[in-house]
Design a protein around this ligand. Structure first.
Ligand SMILES: O=C1O[C@H](COP(=O)(O)O)[C@@H](O)[C@H](O)[C@H]1O
Length: 467
C-alpha cells in the first residue's frame, strides 16, 4: 500500500474531472454518459466539471460529442434534451490507448486537482491499464474506478488488488457493482434495520429458504466478445448476486459508513459455502439457450449460433447455485441464486420464504408467509394468510404491497456521484472481491470438469426443465 502521506482527507475531496478509459465502448455509451446526463439534469454534476473520454477511434471533440448525443438520445431518452446537450458540451475526447502511459498522461489536464480514472474496459486489459497508470503521476487524491468482473479467478483478483494497492489506497479504489446502488438492494438496509419486526425473525429459526433471482429476457446484446468468455456464473453470480446475498444475510452493521458496511459484507462472504463436491449435481445447474423466440414474435438464434460465440467453450447462459451460510444465524438455510439470459420474462427479486405457522389452528396445509423484494419495478410484497369471512378456520391468502416507485437517480448515477464525492461505500472492497471468487471457484471447477451436465432451454422459455 502507498504510504499514508497525509493525503487521506484528499480522497474525499470532490473531483470535477472523470477520465473514462474506453470512452467509446458499450459501458461508457449505455451507462456512464446517461448516468452523467441524469446528474446534470438533477444539478448534481460538478460545476465546470468534465468527462474526458480516451479511446482508439479517430475522433475529435466534435465528433465524439455528436456520437455521444446520438447514443444519449437512445439510452437516456427520459433525460431532458437540454441536460443531454449540456453534458455533451462537457465532453472532451483524446485519442489514445488505455495501456500507453504517454496517451493516458496526455489526457490528464495540466494544473488539475484530483481526477477520477474510470476503467470502462474489458477486464483482460485491467492489468496493463493499471500498469500504464502507475507510470502517470496522477494528482494527489485521485481515484480509480474498475468495472466487474474483477479478475477471472481468485488468484487474478488478488494480483490485481496487489497491483492497485501499490498505487492507490483502498479508499481511493472503486470496484463498481452497480447492483449495490439499485433502490431495492440499497433499501434492504432500511427494511431490515429500520423496522423492529423483521430482524427478530430474520434467521434459520424462522426462514426456510431464500431465493435470489435475476432472470433476463435480453440475450447477448452484441456482447459475445465478453460474455462468451465469462458465462452467467462469472457475469452475474460472482459479483451482483453474491452482493445481494450479503445485503440480505449480513449481520447488522454498527453504522452506515463504508467501513462498517463493507466489514459486514466481507464477514458474511467468509461464511458462505459453495456446494460440496458430491452435491454439485443437485445444488448447481448450468444451461444454455437453444433457438426460440419472444412473445413479440421476434426470433432468437441458439446461443451457439450467435455471432462471435465459440461453441467449443461450453459457456452457460443460465446458472443456478444453492449456497449455505455457515454461521449461527443462517446454518441450514439454502440460499438459491439463479440468473439467465433469453428467458421468457424479466424477473428480479429476492424471495424470503418463512417457515410455516404452527398447524394447530389452520391445519398443516396453510401456506407459509412469503416476502418478495422486487427490482424493476421496485416493490415489496408480503404474501400472508388471514382467515376468510365465511368460516374462522378458512385461511385466505392476501398480499401486502408497497410500490417503491419514487423517481430518482438510477444506479449508475449514484455510482458516479459517489465516485465524484470520494465515497466508496457502494463499491466492493478488495477482500470482498477475492472472497466472492473463493465462493464460486469450486462450482466453476466442477462445471469445467463436466461434473454437472450442460442443459438446454429454448430462448423465450422459463429456463431448463423444472426450474
Ligand atoms: O453487469 C451486468 O448487468 C446486467 C444487468 O444489469 P442491468 O442493470 O443492466 O439490468 C446484465 O445484463 C449484464 O450481462 C451484466 O454484465
Amino acid at each position: 500500500m502507498p504510504a499514508d502521506d497525509g493525503t487521506r482527507a484528499a480522497a474525499s475531496t470532490p473531483v470535477d474531472t472523470i477520465v473514462v478509459l474506453g470512452g467509446c465502448g458499450d459501458l461508457a455509451m449505455r451507462y456512464l454518459l446517461p448516468a452523467a446526463a441524469e446528474l446534470v439534469a438533477a444539478d448534481r454534476f460538478p460545476d465546470g466539471g468534465s468527462i474526458i473520454a480516451v479511446d482508439r477511434d479517430a475522433l475529435d471533440d466534435g465528433a465524439y460529442r455528436r456520437t455521444a448525443a446520438t447514443e444519449l438520445a437512445e439510452h437516456a431518452a427520459e433525460v431532458p434534451a437540454d441536460a443531454r446537450d449540456e453534458l455533451c458540451r462537457r465532453l472532451r475526447y483524446r485519442r489514445g490507448s488505455a495501456t500507453e502511459p504517454d496517451d493516458v498522461r496526455a489526457a490528464i489536464p495540466a494544473e488539475t486537482g484530483p481526477v477520477a480514472v474510470y476503467l470502462a474496459l474489458p477486464n483482460t486489459l485491467f492489468q496493463s491499464a493499471i500498469e500504464a497508470l502507475s507510470r502517470v503521476e496522477l494528482p494527489t487524491g485521485s481515484r480509480l474506478a474498475v468495472e466487474k468482473p474483477f479478475g477471472v479467478d481468485r488468484a487474478d483478483a488478488a494480483g490485481l488488488n496487489a497491483l492497485i494497492g501499490r498505487e492507490f489506497r483502498e479508499d481511493q479504489v472503486f470496484r463498481v457493482d452497480h447492483v449495490l446502488a439499485e433502490r431495492t438492494v440499497l433499501g434492504l438496509l432500511g427494511f431490515r434495520f429500520a423496522n423492529r419486526v423483521f430482524e427478530p425473525v430474520w434467521n434459520a429459526g424462522n426462514v426456510d429458504a431464500v431465493d435470489i433471482v435475476w432472470d433476463e429476457t435480453v440475450a447477448l446484446e452484441g456482447r459475445a466478445g465478453y460474455y462468451d468468455r465469462a458465462g452467467a456464473l462469472r457475469d452475474m453470480i460472482q459479483n451482483h448476486l453474491l452482493q445481494i446475498l450479503a445485503m440480505v444475510a449480513m449481520e447488522p452493521p454498527s453504522g452506515l459508513d463504508e467501513r462498517q458496511l463493507r466489514d459486514r459484507r466481507a464477514e458474511l462472504f467468509r461464511a458462505v459455502r459453495p456446494p460440496e463436491p458430491g452435491q454439485m449435481r443437485t445444488r448447481s445447474r448450468r444451461a444454455r439457450y437453444t433457438a426460440g423466440g419472444w412473445p413479440s414474435g421476434e426470433s432468437v438464434p441458439a446461443y451457439v449460433d450467435e455471432p462471435d460465440v465459440d461453441a467449443s467453450r461450453g459457456t452457460e447462459t443460465f446458472a443456478e447455485v444453492t449456497f449455505t451460510v455457515d454461521n449461527t444465524r443462517w446454518r441450514g438455510v439454502p440460499f438459491r441464486v439463479r440468473t439467465g439470459k433469453a428467458l421468457g420474462a424479466d424477473r428480479r427479486e429476492v424471495v424470503v420464504r418463512f417457515r410455516p405457522a404452527e398447524p394447530a389452528l389452520f391445519g398443516p396445509r396453510t401456506p407459509p408467509t412469503v416476502l418478495r423484494l422486487s427490482l424493476a419495478p421496485d416493490a415489496i410484497r408480503m404474501e400472508v394468510n388471514t382467515n376468510g369471512g365465511d368460516a374462522p378456520g378458512d385461511p385466505r391468502r392476501r398480499t401486502l404491497t408497497a410500490e417503491l416507485d419514487e423517481p430518482g437517480p438510477g444506479p449508475y448515477s449514484l455510482v458516479l456521484r459517489a465516485l465524484i464525492d470520494g465515497d466508496p461505500g457502494l463499491t466492493v472492497r478488495g477482500d470482498e472481491a477475492e472472497e466472492c471468487w473463493r465462493i464460486v471457484e469450486p462450482v466453476l471447477a466442477a462445471w469445467s470438469d463436466g461434473a454437472v451436465p450442460m442443459e438446454e432451454y429454448p430462448a423465450g422459455s422459463a429456463g431448463p426443465p423444472g426450474t
